[in-house]
Write a protein that binds this ligand. Structure first.
Ligand code: LMR
Length: 339
């Protein structure tokens, strides 16, 4: 090759590269997934979201960027579902108690008191045909379900001891937007009040509400234990999430990216489910160690009384969540009605 040919080759290459560059630059602009949620980063959900981000970004070689917005930074409970449908965010993980306003009432079956005896019972439902069927019901709303994340059992709190059912009489109790939770509080003689999670601490502190139910990881990270003198370890209800995406966004992703993200979500789900129990146990220990509140374990007789008051809610809610749905969940969960 003489000098002229070399120069010509280089020039041709430079021209071709210059042409190619904008295309490469364009291809490298990452796809952004905004993942909004309402709890602290240091919770099972917060850590699950972070794990998904890391796996997604690493496995797509940076072609996808996941921006996690915790603590209702972007949107509160109800707004976040609207934002997802509008495409302002692409991913959320609301609790199953928050799907009612979307018109998918069947999700509230998960709020029935004492329906799951343990984590395995819950997972037998979500990882089987019932879980898949519920996700199908979201599709006409423009939403796709990617995974269920467990977050353990609810405890109950107020500024007075909550040992027997009569202790709830007239108390204003904050609930998530589930009609089953509304019926549950009424069955105890309390007055339920739906409120966004982000408003809970201030509402308890100022006395807008008297008490709440929730899981230890949220009680700890939102400092609820600092404004509630008494906590009862009732484990009467269960908290879990559905990780959901805007369907149009998901369907519009390049196929290879979608497959990679589905894999990342599968692994993040395994991780979130694996840490839920220990994270909540650790949070409970930290609450105990703070000395700022009393932790009370109900006696067997007290629990029997709670169950007696609460089990009629299952029947009462048949019209809301569907008798067939309740029965399918009973069967999958191995539910045995308490005597
Ligand atoms: C609540 O509102 O109490 C919970 O759903 C918050 C959460 O997402 O854990």
């Amino acid at each position: 090759m003489n000098a002229t040919t070399t120069r010509r080759t280089l020039l041709t290459c430079a021209a071709a590269c210059a042409l190619a560059l904008p295309a490469i630059g364009h291809a490298q602009a990452p796809i952004v997934i905004k993942f909004s949620h309402v709890v602290a980063p240091d919770t099972p959900k917060g850590k699950g979201a972070q794990r998904f981000k890391e796996l997604a970004e690493q496995r797509t070689g940076g072609r996808v960027k996941v921006e996690v917005y915790p603590n209702s930074q972007l949107y509160k409970d109800k707004e976040e579902l609207e934002a997802l449908q509008l495409g302002s965010v692409q991913m959320l993980a609301p609790s199953l108690a928050k799907f009612g306003p979307l018109g998918v009432r069947e999700f509230e079956v998960f709020d029935l008191p004492f329906i799951f005896k343990d984590q395995a019972a819950f997972r037998a439902v979500t990882e089987g045909p019932v879980g898949a069927e519920l996700f199908r019901k979201l599709e006409p709303k423009g939403i796709l379900g990617l995974g269920y994340w467990d977050n353990g059992f609810h405890i109950m709190s107020a500024n007075k001891p909550l040992h027997v059912v009569a202790d709830f009489k007239g108390l204003k109790m904050r609930i998530q937007s589930s009609k089953v939770l509304d019926a549950q509080m009424r069955a105890l003689g309390a007055i339920p009040q739906v409120m966004a999670f982000s408003e809970l601490y201030a509402a308890l502190q100022s006395g807008v509400v008297d008490g709440t139910e929730g899981v230890p990881s949220n009680f700890y990270t939102q400092k609820i234990f600092e404004v509630q003198k008494h906590i009862t370890l009732s484990n009467h209800g269960h908290l879990a999430y559905a990780v959901i995406v805007n369907k149009k966004f998901w369907d519009g992703l390049p196929a290879d990216i979608r497959t990679t993200l589905a894999g990342a979500m599968k692994d993040a789900t395994t991780y979130a489910n694996a840490i839920a129990a220990t994270e909540n146990a650790d949070a409970l220990e930290k609450i105990r160690a703070s000395g700022k509140t009393t932790l009370y374990t109900p006696t067997a007789a007290e629990l029997t009384e709670w169950k007696k008051a609460l089990m009629p809610v299952h029947k009462e809610m048949e019209g809301r969540v569907g008798k067939a749905t309740i029965e399918t969940v009973y069967k999958a969960a191995g539910f045995v009605a308490p005597k």
